[in-house]
Design a protein around this ligand. Structure first.
Ligand code: NAI
Length: 246
């Protein structure tokens, strides 16, 4: 068990990659805080883990709301007395070409994907610093590294996440807290279900492994970075994209 006894907070753990990560972490012995906006999905994820024999509880949060994030962090710390791992996984898309992207679409994605990562880390990092050990994993994207048509807002946030990751790796490393990012390629989740079929087919052709990624592919990368195996890994961006961009 690679996370035995560790308390892991996973944002957006009700669906997709976050849900798979919650299940994986629980199977590896973690006590999982399912931090989720969608109450039904969050409750269901925690219940599924408990039914499998794991340890999980749902904590409602809107990561784009500082008060909500502070309440979530305090509730988790009160319940478990410590926080060992934070996976800043929650994220959204609202795609449009630059000429058609509304200010609201720009703002909403920034609020969740960029402010959300800042708020959750600001609220939770102090517990790790106090313990002298912790792991923070941020979710970037292939789009944050290389850009993508129709995703000005999303690309800005996912590039910003890399900047925050490297900054925090420098600020927190000597306090025992490792900060890394994972940059997934195209992964089969609800987010990618919105992409037109012909775009996906063309995308798969460009992946040397000739398939989309699965949530487990990303969950396993998160698991590595959350575990003691990655104690000397800090400030890196682990690309999990099947070689889509080399
Ligand atoms: P998803 O849409 O399946 O799940 C996202 C989860 O985040 C949902 O449960 C949703 O309720 C939750 N969420 C949304 N807004 C929230 C908020 N304000 N507060 C708390 N929770 C909130 O998405 P998916 O595909 O699992 O993506 C997870 C992460 O991976 C995201 O950060 C996404 O940008 C990133 N990613 C996904 C890729 C993909 O191809 N699916 C590729 C690269 C990165």
């Amino acid at each position: 068990m690679r996370l035995q006894g560790k308390v892991a907070v996973i944002t957006g753990a009700g669906n997709g990659i976050g849900l798979e990560t919650a299940l994986t972490f629980a199977r590896e012995g973690a006590r999982v805080a399912v931090a989720e906006f969608d109450a039904e999905a969050g409750e269901a994820a925690a219940l599924r883990i408990r039914e499998e024999g794991g340890d999980a509880a749902f904590f409602p949060v809107d990561v784009s709301d500082w008060d909500s994030v502070q309440r979530m962090a305090a509730a988790i710390a009160e319940r478990y007395g410590r926080i060992d791992v934070l996976v800043n996984n929650a994220g959204i898309t609202q795609d449009a070409m630059l000429s058609k992207m509304s200010v609201e679409q720009w703002r909403k994605v920034i609020d969740v994907n960029l402010d959300g990562v800042f708020y959750c880390t600001k609220a939770i990092a102090p517990y790790m610093v106090q313990q002298g050990k912790g792991k923070i994993i941020n979710t970037s994207s292939v789009v944050g590294v290389h850009g993508n048509i129709g995703q000005t807002n999303y690309a800005a946030t996912k590039a910003g996440v890399i900047g925050m990751t490297k900054t925090w790796a420098k600020e927190l490393g000597f306090k025992g807290v490792n900060v890394n990012a994972v940059a997934p390629g195209y992964i089969e989740t609800g987010m990618v279900a919105k992409v037109p079929e012909k775009v996906l087919t063309a995308m798969i052709e460009r992946v040397p492994l000739r398939r989309l990624g699965r949530p487990a592919d990303v969950a396993n990368a998160y698991l590595y970075l959350a575990s003691d195996d990655a104690d000397y890994v800090n400030g890196t961006v682990l690309e999990v994209n099947g070689g889509l961009v080399i």
